[in-house]
Design a protein around this ligand. Sequence first.
Ligand SMILES: Nc1nc2c(ncn2[C@@H]2O[C@H](COP(=O)(O)OP(=O)(O)O)[C@@H](O)[C@H]2O)c(=O)[nH]1
Ligand SMILES: [Mg+2]
Length: 218
Amino acid sequence: MKVSVVKNILDANDRIALENRQRFDDNHVFAINLMSSPGAGKTTLLESMGKGLGDRFRVGVIEGDIQSSLDAERVAKAGLAAVQIETGGACHLDANMIQSCLGNFDLAALDLLVVENVGNLVCPAEFNTGEHAKVMLLSVTEGDDKPLKYPLMFRESKVLLISKVDLLPHVRCDVELIRKTAKGLNPDITIFEISTYTGQGLDEWHAWLAGQITGGEG
Ligand SMILES: Nc1nc2c(ncn2[C@@H]2O[C@H](COP(=O)(O)OP(=O)(O)O)[C@@H](O)[C@H]2O)c(=O)[nH]1
Ligand SMILES: [Mg+2]
């Protein structure tokens, strides 16, 4: 019984996700679902995208947090159109929550929409929000065993950003092992090593995004 209830919820979510996807496609918006555990650097990355992409593309952000509008305020300061969803306890965003706040954007005026999901390495990967790509961060401070412990998110993601590589001299983390394990789970995953503090890897990440926006499905 419990299993079928969960299945019904996921079916309903997928229906709404398809509607969201249609709206993104109709408006030529490339949409990504940005996921990681809390503190891996999602919002800081968005702030840097404001600088690195803001003059070329029009970027909108939906911020998902259990509580507070701090992240939306941060990215708005970086020049991106931002809307905050407070989930009030829910550990992930779903398609319905995204649909509810799409009306806050002029989608026709956007090139890229980024959904910053609630910090959590598990549940967000289970819910499709209608995005074209799931993108995840794993920071080097979290440990190189995480792909094996939380495989779903690595399987679902089109891109893995290994973040905070500036800290590598100070932590024991085998980046090659992360790459190998992630590729083992998902051979097609694209991997970038980034640091928003030093700027390492950001040009490559922005180039990937620009390629998706101009030549991709969005
Ligand atoms: N050393 C280092 N710290 C970072 C980097 N990116 C973000 N941080 C720090 O990590 C903490 C959490 O960042 P935040 O972007 O809020 O993470 P989020 O919870 O995933 O949105 C903050 O103190 C950031 O300054 C990075 O590239 N290198
Ligand atoms: Mg954040």
